[in-house]
Design a protein around this ligand. Structure first.
Ligand code: AP5
Length: 211
């Protein structure tokens, strides 16, 4: 199964990709997590990406496309994968179509959430540095400093500062609309109401992929 998650920052793509990947037994590939991993390893790509991510801007297509296409060509993606945060531009979507050739993307799951709720979620998000799981600060036990799932360090992402959040949403909106149109044209787009409890969104996603 080759799936794409589409949605604005904070829509719940990462949250749902983690669960769906486990349920379907296929890896999830998050371009944002890959950049953050490069950053933690101080690679050239990590340093380049940081300059864009800290400002809420997109990392240039050429480096992003190469990084993700190389990843989905690995052996563990042969039975399928879930893409989270990629494609983000039409050029990336077209490059993905070319790279996949006769085994194209099957479904694009567009998680829709109002802007007001996105801002609220991102302001209260705290993430695990090790496994990447995102939490809401007010849903964790008071003074929790480690990830309940893996014990990793919890931190607030640099791009979750209010001024960067606003810029990310502003920049992402036209790109997401363009991609929704692109995949609707290919009859692959499924819209999911993401403004409900996590498990209800998850069960709609499972239905949408026929699992
Ligand atoms: P990336 O890491 O992909 O960030 P994003 O798309 O901005 O998305 P987020 O991770 O912020 O949100 P999400 O939808 O995963 O929500 P989450 O599940 O965490 O990208 C970061 C940066 O990297 C980009 O700005 C760009 O610079 C660069 N980049 C990445 N990909 C790129 C690409 N393809 N091209 C170019 N540049 C790229 O949930 C959010 C919060 O809400 C969490 O706290 C969660 O616990 C909570 N939550 C989730 N679901 C619910 C629910 N149903 N109800 C209540 N709370 C919920």
């Amino acid at each position: 199964m080759r799936l794409v998650f589409l949605g604005l920052a904070g829509a719940g793509k990462g949250t749902q990709a983690l669960v769906l990947s486990e349920k379907l037994g296929i890896p999830f590939v998050s371009s944002g997590d890959m950049f953050r991993h490069h950053l933690s390893q101080s690679t050239d790509l990590g340093r380049l990406a940081k300059g864009y991510m800290d400002k809420g801007e997109l990392v240039p297509d050429e480096v992003t496309i190469k990084m993700v296409v190389d990843r989905i060509e690995q052996r563990d993606c042969r039975k399928g994968f879930i893409l989270d945060g990629f494609p983000r531009t039409l050029a990336q979507a077209e490059a993905l179509d070319r790279a996949l050739g006769k085994g194209p993307v099957e479904k694009v799951l567009y998680i829709k959430v109002s802007e007001e709720e996105l801002v609220r979620r991102l302001a209260g998000r705290i993430s695990c540095r090790t496994c990447g799981t995102p939490y809401q600060l007010d849903a964790l036990p008071a003074q929790a400093k480690t990830c309940p799932k893996c014990g990793g360090e919890l931190y607030q992402r640099a791009d979750d500062k209010p001024e960067v959040v606003r810029k990310r949403l502003e920049l992402q909106w036209p790109e997401v609309q363009g991609l929704a149109g692109y995949y609707a044209g290919q009859k692959k787009l499924v819209e999911i109401n993401g403004e409900r409890p996590v498990d209800q969104v998850g069960s709609d996603l499972l239905k949408a992929v026929g699992a």
